[in-house]
Ligand binder design. Sequence first.
Ligand code: AMP
Ligand code: MG
Length: 490
Amino acid sequence: MSSTTDSPSIAFDNSYAALAPEFHQRLSPTPVSQPELMAINDALALHLGIDPESLRSSAGISMLAGNTVPDGATPLAMAYAGHQFGNWVPQLGDGRAILLGEVIGRDGVRYDIQLKGAGPTPFSRGGDGRNWIGPVLREYVLSEAMAALGVPTTRALAAVKTGDHVMREQGPLPGAILTRVARSHIRVGTFQYFTARQNHAAIEQLVQYVIKRHYPEAAQADVPALALLDAVIDAQASLIAHWQSIGFIHGVMNTDNSSISGDTIDYGPCAFMDDYSADKVFSSIDRGARYAYQNQPRIAQWNLVNFAQCLLPLFDEDKEEAVRLAQESINRFDERFIGYYLTLMRAKIGLADEKDDDLTLISALLNLMQTHSLDFTLTFRQLSQRSATDPFAPGGKLHDWHRSWLQRVGDDAAALEAATQLMQRSNPVIIPRNHQVEAMIDAAVRDGDLAPFEALLKAVTTPFDKAHDESDFAVPPSPDERVTQTFCGT
Ligand code: AMP
Ligand code: MG
């Protein structure tokens, strides 16, 4: 492996590599046989100050496949631990991801550039360090959809095929690498890794690093670590409220998949609901329904308790006082979550002001949607695009609810028009539906056909476009198209 001068010019400015050696293992990606481009995210490349054409060149593709390391990169695998489905695992780490380095985006924000599926690392624990087309295209579409929906998330910069096969339960599958961009890849599990090793110096270094990178205002607080906890609680409360408001189920909210910056990270068995049900689970491995839709706020809080535990020694010398302070912060999660949730859900039903009973009105709608197995995305869209045959119309299953809603909105033309405008801005027409995601993956794997991927990506990245109201992508699956389970098989 060599560094080449015709590699894309990327203004790396790497800070994680400068942390103490126990934070990471330095190593280069493992080369692959025949890199082939699948997708480049031009807008994101430009945002990062990278010429998208340079990524499309053979030197660019070689870099995205891990065959060459660009100038200025300091490739490494990050160390972390985590609770997986509630069970403590003292060492996880990047088993198949390699951080090339960081760049400062046009918004002044520092971004990680990471290759996911770039070969084994010292954290691979027997895994092959690889990825295949399915999860790569899935993460590409899902994460870009989330960004377009206004949900904090990691992004997809590029996807390449490797020309090699990877072995999974289904048999040999075409290998692929995703270039993932994130505000950082620091997780609750990164803190847990050092706490479990009683490495207080590392925790202090990590706290300082995270405050500087993500929450600089916390540095001014009396107890910066406590201000950091509050900021992360707030970011997570807002993130989960966003998930709930679009029917997104992450599916594997382990502490190692819980980001400190408050971004959605690790698109494994995640899925958007079609028909609404509060206890919906898609992941085949989530047998106890730990990560069901309605559990997401509670689980986020559980993850935050684990985060708080890592910071305890920095809150107060007195242990009891430290625990009291942590508890006080953690207890504020519910209130913050409900606040964010109400803001988002009010907008979804066109309410620009606040009244005490709004949560009751929203919950009543959700309960009816569950009783009648109504599609989450379509139902909200129908409320903003009324038609004579939708469930809100006379004789429809939601007609009585619609009457209470009209009372709340104010039954005059101006109020209705304002509500309609707000709802159309707040309710997507298009979400990446499971059956379409699977169909797009099938076409890519079976026929090497990327056209369905490209079409779906285009639709999900303009989710509020009214033109889509007539599109096939806006239509819920028919009963025989419905995908009810997603597999981790990554
Ligand atoms: P995830 O379920 O993707 O969050 O991964 C959990 C842990 O397993 C992380 O430490 C990953 O790096 C590791 N891992 C997942 N898939 C592989 C693989 N194919 N090879 C090596 N490590 C992996
Ligand atoms: Mg993970």
